[in-house]
Ligand binder design. Sequence first.
Ligand SMILES: [Zn+2]
Ligand SMILES: [Zn+2]
Ligand SMILES: [Zn+2]
Length: 172
Amino acid sequence: MGKKQDKFTVEKAIFDEHIQASGLRRTGQRDLILDIFLSTEDHLTSDDLYLLVHRKDPSVGHTTVYRTLKLLTEAGLAREVRFGDNKTYYEHHYNHDHHDHMICTECGKVIEFFSADIESMQDEMADKFGFKPTHHSLRMWGVCAECQKLSLASHTAPAGAQPRVRVKTAIN
Ligand SMILES: [Zn+2]
Ligand SMILES: [Zn+2]
Ligand SMILES: [Zn+2]
């Protein structure tokens, strides 16, 4: 992992600064959590990240992971996202351009997308209402291309079935 750790120099500097400003100290556990968070491009819950961290260091507790994620969010390195399953997911924020999400209600796949047209239409709409938007999150729920193929192949889905949101992560 020696080389990999040099990859996130800027992120680590930002985190260090935030930790110090919060009157906290840098610890090996916090560094490990940051490393693992930055190494995955997935949308992770605190529990997901805990499982990944636990594989590397079983002595790290749930609470430490949760608190560190909060610190990462405050520092602007992580951002919270919700996909309609009552869980809070975290994704990279620093150096990651704005994007929106499509969520498959069958398999839980999350597709990231960006449309300059949609963005400017949202701004126009806000203008129309004299509204000053600070941020937004556009989410579409539906069925991904693969699941549509699968359901064509089996068409066994019961009529009126409740949409299920099971977001897929690296931990399975
Ligand atoms: Zn957007
Ligand atoms: Zn799907
Ligand atoms: Zn995302």
